[in-house]
Each structure stands twice: as structure tokens, then as C-alpha cells.
Design a protein around this ligand. Structure first.
Ligand code: FPP
Length: 262
């Protein structure tokens, strides 16, 4: 029972939300939630602010949602923070997005350590700026003993590139005799992906009204439940996360097994 959940201070209608949280079925909370945090630019534009102001606001939401996810017993929270295609954005925006992990971790790492959150990253490290990589690596190192929520940042991540790289590595291992091609199956292939060791997402959330995957975890979401909302990421609240979980708990997951009449 979720009786002791701490909610964000400025949460409106928190007593109603508390009741809804109490009704969440603890044993059916999604183990892995993945979020495409979209709409930061539009949030800023609506306020006549520079786009980076939207990203800054979005960063604050990351903290709020991480803390609630942790308390709900979610095991993995994967956040799409920067795609391999996002390098095409204006230079100042890219530079700001590359500073965000540092800014976030400079402020919140002690809290993450204390709250038993383990920081992880999926994505290509080779072309990240040194300062971004250093911040992520420090956070992973400082939280490596934690065994609570895994806060998994998808940074410089692209799913098609991930799959191609996995295929190349499978071929290499077959050629060198490390693996027999007859042993290749879905589980083995999954271990060649950047998400190796992490279970597939149960629930994928995308904000801002866009209904697409944008090259995010294409293999991993084969049986994931999707929840789309028009809310822009900086406006995303704890209440929206609860709503997504409520919807998830009312879905019938069949994994291709057919409809079971009640
Ligand atoms: C998409 O919105 C958002 C991003 C490309 C960046 C997401 C990053 C954050 C929310 C902050 C991440 C925080 C940490 C701690 C790393 P958009 O800019 O495409 O919005 P738009 O579609 O309205 O233009």
C-alpha cells in the first residue's frame, strides 16, 4: 500500500491524488517505464522564452518524476534526453542540452545517492563532450552500490544504430567462434543491445501530442504498452504519471497470446 508517498510541495489537488495513489495495485506497477520527454521547445515558445528555458524546466520535472517513480517501486526509469539526431539542432541548444546532465547531477546527485537510485546511461559515449561524460560517469560510479530505482538516461541514443551495431557484433562473434549462429535467439540478441541486462519497458510515455517513436528502443518496445498525452514535458506532473499507471493497470497485456474472456 502506498500510504506514505511524499508528493511534490506545490502539487494541487494532492488529497485526491493521494487517494488515487492508494488505489494503485502495488503488484502491477510497471517495472520499467520509458519516457520520451517532448515539448520543451513549445512550452518555452508559448511563454516567449528561449527554447533552452523549456529544457531547464524539463530538467526539474525529471527530479520530481524520478522521486515518485522510486517511491512507487518502479525498477527502471528510462528517459530519452538526447537522440543521435538531436545534433542537428542549433549549436547553442545542443551545448545547453549537453550541459543539462551536469547541472542536474551537480544539484541532485547527493539526493539520488541517498534515495538509493542508481544512475545509468545508454547511448554513444564517443562523441559526447568530455564534461558531459564526466558528470554521467561520476554519477554512475557514486551510485553503483545502489540497488533501488535505475535512472537510465538515453543520451546520444539511436535505436537503429544500436541494432546495426548489435548485428555487427553478432557477426563478429560468429566469425571468431565465440558464438554459434544456431544459438542466436531473441534473448541472446537482446544482450548485444545497449539495454543488455535491463528488462524491456512495460510502459512507454510520450508527451506533447506527438504519436511516434523517434528512433527510441525499437527492439525493446515490441510488447510495451504506449501512453500518449498532449501535456508538454515541463507541465508533466506526478498526477500525469499516476494517470499513465492507472491506464496501464487497466490494459490487458497478451503478448500475442490472444484474448482471454473475463
Ligand atoms: C524534446 O523536446 C526534448 C529534448 C530533446 C530534450 C529533453 C531533455 C530534458 C527534458 C531535460 C533532460 C534532463 C536531464 C537531467 C538530462 P523538444 O525540444 O523537441 O520540444 P519541441 O518539440 O516542443 O520543440
Amino acid at each position: 500500500m502506498f500510504n506514505k508517498i511524499k508528493l511534490w510541495k506545490n502539487q494541487n489537488s494532492s488529497s485526491n491524488l493521494r487517494d488515487r495513489i492508494k488505489n494503485i495495485k502495488e503488484h502491477q506497477v510497471p517495472s520499467h517505464i520509458a519516457i520520451i520527454m517532448d515539448g520543451n521547445g513549445r512550452w518555452a515558445k508559448k511563454r516567449a522564452l528561449p527554447r533552452v528555458a523549456g529544457h531547464h524546466e524539463g530538467m526539474k520535472v525529471v527530479r520530481k518524476i524520478t522521486m515518485l517513480a522510486k517511491q512507487l517501486g518502479i525498477k527502471i526509469l528510462t528517459l530519452y534526453a538526447f537522440s543521435t539526431e538531436n545534433w542537428k539542432r542549433p549549436k547553442n541548444e545542443v551545448e545547453y542540452l549537453m550541459k543539462l546532465p551536469e547541472e542536474f547531477l551537480d544539484t541532485f546527485l547527493p539526493e539520488l545517492v541517498k534515495e538509493n537510485v542508481k544512475v545509468n546511461m545508454i547511448g554513444y559515449k564517443h562523441n559526447l563532450p568530455e564534461h558531459t561524460l564526466r558528470a554521467i560517469e561520476k554519477a554512475s560510479n557514486d551510485t553503483k552500490e545502489n540497488d533501488g530505482l535505475i535512472l537510465n538516461f538515453a543520451l546520444n541514443y539511436g535505436s537503429r544504430a544500436e541494432i546495426i551495431e548489435a548485428v555487427k557484433n553478432v557477426l563478429k562473434d560468429c566469425r571468431s567462434g565465440i558464438m554459434d549462429e544456431n544459438d542466436l535467439n531473441e534473448d541472446v540478441f537482446s544482450n548485444y543491445l545497449m539495454t543488455s541486462g535491463l528488462e524491456d519497458p512495460d510502459l512507454l510515455i510520450r508527451t506533447s501530442g506527438e504519436i511516434r517513436l523517434s528512433n527510441f528502443m525499437l527492439w525493446q518496445v515490441a510488447y510495451t504498452e504506449f501512453w500518449f498525452t498532449d501535456v508538454l514535458w515541463p507541465d508533466f506532473t506526478e498526477e500525469h504519471l499516476i494517470e499513465a499507471i492507472e491506464v496501464f493497470q487497466n490494459r490487458q497485456r497478451r503478448f500475442g497470446g490472444g484474448f482471454n474472456p473475463p
